[in-house]
Design a protein around this ligand. Structure first.
Ligand code: ADP
Ligand code: MG
Length: 361
């Protein structure tokens, strides 16, 4: 086990800056998720750590060693790839044992480690099979097993669940979390899936276009996104975003969008004072737009009246699409709410959960 440090790491491929000045410290034993849209540099960041890519500049530290120019095999890491990269002609046992044989680990020790890992993963009965005789989920376990037997200081995982169907992915996600907590090995896990990131990581590093946007706990990313990118990337359905004019006077600050006027909560007043007379982007999550039951004409204060465009009953909740002042707003309603398109409903805005963003940033 070890901590991992990216110290101002940049990786260029000709004109493409795949990873741009990444500085990041992963704690010993931590499960850190690197998340971001396709092409944002996640795999490249992981490959730099593994030594599969030479960094253009910066340093990488694993434990107490600077490994920037150390070859992959000497970095004491194990990587699980998206496609599992199993050897098709070898049995499960040999696939798991292979890396250890290369390292001249004694046969008995190999046997002990393979059997132990197989037991942890529940694949004891599959050791004599070939990869083609396994389901996707079983192959995924073998790939994990191959990493576990190495007893590395760090696990690197690049979208290891993305080839599994949705149900198995959710199940395996839970098992991976338990496995990591049990083994306590520092893990860096790459995914483009923000739900996976939010459920698995002790902390999450959000990347966009090669640049780290925010490194934080799932709670903080959700409640205190550092910028508009993080705000809209994390959360499903996405945070509602709409432009509003900042209007000041008499010690109050109002956010005005069409005929909707909201008094800014006290926590935002100072910040918004600088924006009076200008436009900001307002963010509010669907669950912070509450459809008021009974549909009163007015509740006063923090409510607005908006027409319903569409209802999406999802079982545990209903998404209510509303015609907002500047496009659709999505509110989260009760599971069996009865509404029809065209109905005008009262929405209570949880103003203390509002976010505001500078449109220039
Ligand atoms: P992600 O894993 O987040 O989808 P990648 O790290 O694979 O992103 O890619 C980041 C950027 O670097 C992309 O623009 C990609 O096209 C580019 N890239 C990755 N690998 C190479 C390579 N070997 N040669 C040239 N460009 C590459
Ligand atoms: Mg990738």
């Amino acid at each position: 086990m070890a901590e991992v440090i990216y110290d101002h790491v940049t990786k260029r491929f000709d004109s493409v800056v795949a990873v741009n000045d990444l500085t990041l410290e992963v704690e010993d034993g931590e499960f850190l998720v690197l998340v971001g849209p396709s092409g944002c540099g996640k795999t490249t960041a992981l490959r730099c750590l593994a030594g599969l890519e030479e960094v253009t500049s910066g340093d990488i530290v694993i434990g107490d060693r600077v490994v920037t120019h150390i070859p992959p095999k000497d970095r004491d890491i194990a990587m699980v790839f998206q496609n599992y990269a199993l050897y098709p002609h070898m049995t499960v046992y040999d696939n798991m044992a292979f890396g250890l044989k290369l390292r001249k680990v004694p046969k008995q020790e190999i046997d002990r480690r393979v059997k132990e890992a197989a037991e942890i993963l529940g694949i004891q009965d599959l050791l004599n099979r070939k990869p083609r005789q396994l389901s996707g989920g079983q192959r995924q376990r073998v790939a994990l097993g191959r990493a576990i037997v190495r007893e590395p200081q760090v696990f690197l995982m690049d979208e290891p669940l993305s080839n599994l169907d949705a149900k198995l992915r959710v199940q395996t996600r839970g098992e991976l979390i338990k496995l990591q907590r049990r083994l306590g090995v520092t893990t860096i896990y790459v995914t483009h899936d923000q739900v996976e990131a939010m459920t698995m990581g002790h902390r999450i590093a959000v990347m966009n276009q090669g640049v780290l946007q925010q490194l934080d706990t799932p709670e903080n990313l959700y409640d205190r996104p550092a910028n508009l990118f993080v705000a809209t990337f994390i959360g499903s359905p996405a945070m509602n975003i709409f432009p509003a004019q900042v209007v000041g006077g008499d010690g109050t600050v109002q956010l005005v969008a069409g005929d909707v006027k909201l008094e800014a909560p006290p926590s935002h007043r100072n910040r918004l004072a600088d924006y009076v007379g200008r436009e900001v982007l307002v963010g509010i999550r669907p669950e912070d737009l509450e459809v008021v039951a009974g549909n009163p004409e007015s509740e006063g204060g923090d409510t607005v009246r908006l027409p319903v465009e569409l209802i999406e009953p999802l079982g545990a909740e209903t998404l209510v699409h509303l015609r907002g002042p500047a496009g659709t707003l999505i509110a989260q309603g009760e599971p069996r709410i009865h509404l029809d398109p065209g109905d005008v409903v009262t929405i209570r805005v949880r103003k203390d959960h509002l976010h505001t963003f500078d449109p220039q940033t």
